[in-house]
Design a protein around this ligand. Sequence first.
Ligand SMILES: [Zn+2]
Length: 200
Amino acid sequence: MFFVHSHDAPRTPEPVTVVDMTTSAHPSPGPTRAGGPVIDRLVEANQRYAADFRDPGMDARPVLQVAVVACMDARLDLHSALGLDLGDCHTIRNAGGVVTDDVIRSLTISQRALGTRSVILIHHTGCGLESLTEDFRHELEDEVGQRPPWAVEAFRDVDQDVRQSMQRVRTSPFLRHTDDVRGFVFDVKSGLLREIDPAR
Ligand SMILES: [Zn+2]
């Protein structure tokens, strides 16, 4: 098993059938719980959402001119945690909130085509990437017969990883604005952000 989740305190006791998402190449159908296949539930929720939805009349440029780069972790609700409303920001998420070439691609478009100026980076405590190593790639290669072209970007020290991410944004030649780049660690137990000093 490659990916070890660090969900040590699941909030909802309701029975959930969990499918290991990384050991099955074609998970079909998705995990179910009371109410049917999970994607059916999402589509039904969307129908309720759309019933009350009103076109906010905005264009695509984020109101607050900010891009948020964060881990995909399910415990991190960015809009609630940062007091963001619809239309306020760009949200760029991946495993670890790592600043990869594709994140730079999104930030470049965000800044040059859609007017954002600030970048906030959010990693978090208990990240799944802390329990991985680059062995993940080797094991994956052994299993599927092909080496993935991407790095796992596993890390041991979350503070240092935030610093590295800030550095990658600040030194990107493609970005127009690199003066307002700040990095934080979100504590999944308290909900608080802790700012990381880029200099240390
Ligand atoms: Zn994470």
